[in-house]
Design a protein around this ligand. Structure first.
Ligand SMILES: *Cc1c(COP(=O)(O)O)cnc(C)c1O
Length: 398
């Protein structure tokens, strides 16, 4: 079998790349996959090599062939100069922010950011002397007006967590570039397969590998990819923080990578089918899904994204909390729990009106977020149909 050269790998279409990136069977005695390299100590052959540290692997915290394989593959599909791995998606956000910001700096943060990220900004970053201003996710190029001389980073997330606000990333990145401000994006929803972050002006792109990369709800992982200008600083920061995800999790993430596009496209198809079905229900007021033509921000999604994932929200017509609980408590296929992007369908009630500070999100009814998995769509509809019957029954009761 002819070996694919790095150049030939770059030319492959994305599905073929996902199969062939981050693999070297020659280096693995013919086996298809890298093993999960474990270890703290790495031996040096002689004093000279040890003094100069001129071998690729020097200690467990500085990477292994398994972590390198995932980083290389992720950089390729992200169009990045390099990638670092950390033990969770939230830590990936923290690593990116910590790379870009120092005492005395100012951060602009989307009001629709993954909520736990706000806690880091409002507590630790604040204590370190970094001031955070939350901004309206729909701001676009208007973000320039919020910039101060000490603004050093803009954090974007599109679509945003729970409320799925779209953001005009190229417009924001253009303003940032002019002022030398770092653009950090949480790209977990789309993954690099549906939104190419660095080609759209993002400097540091965060992915919770816990979601679609894993795809099986069995691991926690964070990835940060960077363009050439930012990778050295990112790498230095994460190296000095001395964090590495566990080898088994990295191994499983590489395994997830092979089927990520298939799973993502199926999640997209299933989620769109379910969204259209929900749209026709009398109990549903509104669908919050960027790929639906009447969604605010749909045009931006269509312009910049090449697909939509399995995560979307809905707004119910006003009913009591008790009626919503009756609907959710009896569901048999949809589980209720945090995280998403796995093979199984999930639903959670949410209320992002509680923590937003720059904008008001006034949905006008109870809100639910769905992560659509790989079950048969007819079974999922039947489960929800029975749920809606319970909701109606509970609303009718005095
Ligand atoms: C889940 C999630 C994270 C955090 O990932 P963990 O691995 O659970 O820490 C970050 N950003 C977004 C958008 C997420 O949905």
């Amino acid at each position: 079998m002819t070996k694919l050269t790095p150049e030939a790998k770059k030319k492959l279409r994305s599905r073929s790349r996902l199969v062939h990136l981050g693999r070297d069977s020659e280096a693995n005695h013919g086996f298809i996959n890298y093993p999960a390299y474990r270890g703290s100590t790495v031996l040096f052959p002689d004093v000279e090599t040890m003094k100069k540290r001129n071998q690729r692997y020097t200690y467990g915290t500085h990477g292994t062939p398994t972590t390198d394989a995932l980083c290389e593959a992720w950089s390729e599909i992200s169009g990045a100069a390099g990638t670092v791995l950390v033990p969770s998606g939230l830590f990936a956000i923290i690593a990116a922010l910590t790379t870009a910001l120092s005492a005395g700096d100012h951060l602009l943060m989307t009001d629709a950011a993954y909520q736990p990220a706000r806690i880091y900004c409002d507590t630790i970053l604040k204590r370190m002397g970094v001031e955070t201003t939350y901004y309206d996710p729909a701001i676009g190029a208007g973000v320039g007006a919020l910039m101060r001389p000490n603004t050093r980073a803009i954090f974007v997330e599109a679509p945003g967590s729970q409320s799925l606000d779209m953001q005009d990333i190229p417009a924001i990145a253009a303003v940032a570039r002019e002022k030398g401000v770092c653009v950090i994006m949480d790209n977990t929803w789309a993954t690099p397969l549906f939104f190419s972050p660095h080609a759209h002006g993002v400097d540091l792109a965060v992915e919770a590998g816990t979601k679609y990369l894993s795809g099986h709800s069995d691991l926690l992982l964070g990835l940060v990819s960077a363009n050439a200008a930012w990778f050295p600083r990112l790498h230095k920061m994460v190296d000095s923080l001395a964090v590495q995800p566990g080898p088994e999790d990295v191994y499983l993430a590489l395994r997830g990578l092979r089927t990520m596009e298939l799973r993502l496209r199926e999640a997209e198809r299933q989620a769109l089918a379910l969204a259209h079905w929900l749209k026709g229900r009398a109990e549903v007021k509104r669908i919050v899904h960027p790929a639906l033509p009447d969604y605010p921000g749909h045009e931006i999604w269509k312009r910049d994204f090449t697909g939509s994932s399995g995560l979307f929200s809905i707004v119910l017509n006003p009913v009591s909390d008790r009626a919503v609980a009756a609907m959710l408590d009896g569901l048999e296929l949809f589980g209720m729990g945090y995280s998403w992007g796995g093979f199984e369908s999930l639903v959670i009630p949410f209320d992002c009106t509680k923590y937003r500070t720059a904008t008001q999100w006034a949905p006008g009814g109870p809100t639910l977020r769905f992560s659509v998995g790989l079950e048969d769509i007819e079974d999922l509809k039947e489960d929800l149909d029975r749920g809606f019957a319970r909701l109606r029954k509970a609303s009718d009761e005095p």
